[in-house]
Design a protein around this ligand. Structure first.
Ligand code: NAD
Length: 493
């Protein structure tokens, strides 16, 4: 199997030490690729290429409309190649092919959106206290950016960063997760066809502890945009302190999904299932924390149990598969430990809670869709991100109790609730301390709206116009058309 190389300064090259890593399909542990394993020295070379491209290259000065056109064209090329990209994404992550296809359509749209936005971001004039002056704000590219991505939505999360960074005029080093680099490498080949100047896009595959850490620590990198776990996010904050680089962090979540008794709970059940079992729950915004008002608790649990027991596990490439495997054995063990711990702490296991026994699933990292009841905020499972197909349920008696419990978390990425009462909708959406609040919906996000978290779910916002602003610096230019002598230090001799 050919070893996929690093893309650096417009060339595909071997890593300095010549090492490589096997990539496997989590659905059956078959090897599906071999990619270059870079280390710090390779990362330094990539950073230097991005720096040259920023300081000496043409990209930041290329007229915005021309940059936008190239970004838009990249979106079109992604659309044309979406079947190939989606297949690679499914083979590498285990998610269903239909989910991957959805991702690729979304990614194409993200590039088209930021391509279109590139020449719509003009500066602005400010009111100045001096009538003989002009005061203006300009937005300039922040410079060399390090983009560090997770394994759950490999190309989608990368696209949230790459498209606006290109639109802002930045140059970049992209580091995909060591588990799921394949779609980012194929994307890089497509980007090469568009003809971005050398050094604008550099893709370096390798470990977080070396390549990722170098991007976070390097004084030549002006900004790191990171998506991943909160523990890694904190390490990146510390590493970024060296040169006080700008950071954008999209971290984990523990997302409450609240059903009031006055809601259309039967429709909500579909959203609950999608919210937890898409991509086997390996979603930062997974609505794993279901909170049910007392009068509807038993009916909803009964309906959910029936539906969860019918979820079809399998190979993401097979039609009819509804849920794939977890990404690795380590992730499966983490999920199992969370479930066991929850039961020890008093939760009731209603269904799932084990590795499936079917023959055709035995080589994959599958875990049964799981439902736990009798949970409360004092339990580990209610406080920590599980990142697996586990739905756990808490009861509540009043609106005040629901809000207090929902906000009782270190995270603040997203929350959702269902109600038909307009006054309650107003009160609860205001009281929830989360970056996104869904009302009578769950897990709907789109390119035009900002995405990001309160509290330990992160810093900054991706998507929408804010996602582009993150990759810019603000410059204030003040021009005095009629400078007058000042007398602070005496008059002129
Ligand atoms: P992770 O933190 O383990 O790794 C993320 C990336 O960081 C990988 O590329 C990894 O190689 C790199 N990395 C690891 N150590 C590093 C270090 N010391 N310095 C620099 N880089 C380092 O996360 P993961 O397991 O790949 O992804 C799952 C996490 O991502 C979950 O917590 C999930 O909630 C979060 N996530 C958040 C969002 C969001 O929008 N908020 C979206 C997707 C995933």
């Amino acid at each position: 199997m050919e070893v996929q190389r690093l893309y650096l300064d417009g060339h595909w090259i071997r890593p300095l030490k010549g090492e490589s890593r096997s990539i496997i399909n989590p659905c059956n542990q078959e090897k599906i690729g071999e990619v270059a394993e870079a280390d710090r020295e390779d990362a330094k070379k990539a950073i230097a290429a991005a720096k040259r491209a920023f300081q000496e290259g043409t990209w930041p000065e290329t007229p915005a409309s021309q940059r936008g056109k190239m970004i838009y064209e990249l979106g079109e090329l992604i659309e044309k190649n979406k079947a190939r990209l989606a297949e690679i994404e499914t083979l590498n992550t285990g998610k269903t092919y239909s989910e991957s296809l959805w991702d690729m359509d979304d990614i194409a749209g993200i590039f088209r959106y930021y391509g279109g936005l590139t020449d719509k971001t003009a500066g602005e004039l400010l009111h100045s206290p001096n009538p003989h002056s002009q005061s203006r704000l300009e937005r300039e590219p922040v410079g060399v950016v390090g983009l560090i991505c997770p394994w759950n939505y490999p190309l989608l999360q990368a696209a949230w960063k790459i498209a606006p960074a290109l639109a802002a005029g930045c140059t970049m080093v992209i580091k995909p997760s060591e588990l799921t680099p394949l779609s980012t490498l194929l994307f890089t080949e497509l980007a090469e066809q568009i003809g971005f100047p050398p050094g604008v896009i550099n893709t370096v595959t390798g470990p977080g502890s070396t390549v990722g850490a170098e991007l976070a620590e390097s004084w030549e990198v002006d900004m790191v945009s990171f998506t991943g776990g909160v523990v890694t996010g904190k390490k990146i904050m510390q590493a970024a302190a060296g040169n006080v680089k700008k950071i954008a962090l999209e971290l984990g979540g523990k997302n409450p999904h609240i059903l009031f008794a006055d809601s259309d709970w039967e429709t909500a059940v579909d959203f609950i299932l999608n919210g937890v079992f898409f991509h086997a729950g390996q979603i930062c915004s997974a609505g794993t924390r279901l909170m049910l008002e007392e009068p509807i608790h038993d009916q909803v649990v009964e309906r959910l149990t029936d539906r969860i027991e019918k979820i079809k596990l399998g190979n993401g490439m097979d039609e009819g598969t509804q849920m794939g495997p977890l990404i690795s054995e380590a992730q499966r063990q983490k999920v199992a430990q969370h479930v066991n711990q929850a039961v020890k702490e008093g939760a009731k296991l209603v269904c799932g809670g084990k590795v499936p026994s079917e023959k055709h699933l035995e080589n994959g990292f599958f875990y049964e869709p799981t439902l736990l009841t009798r949970c409360h905020p004092g339990m580990t499972i209610v406080q920590e991100e599980v990142f697996g197909p586990v739905l756990h349920i808490e009861r509540f008696a009043t609106e005040t109790e629901a809000i207090r419990k929902a906000n009782d978390t270190i995270y603040g990425l997203s929350a959702g609730f269902w109600s038909k009462d307009p006054a309650r909708i107003q009160r609860v959406s205001k009281a929830l301390r989360f970056g996104t609040v869904w009302v009578n919906d769950f897990n709907t996000y789109f390119t035009q709206a900002p995405w990001g978290g309160y509290k330990q779910s992160g810093l900054g916002r991706e998507l929408g116009p804010t996602g582009l602003e993150e990759f810019t610096e603000i410059k204030h230019v003040y021009q005095n058309f009629n400078p007058q002598p000042t007398h602070w230090f005496g008059s002129k001799a």
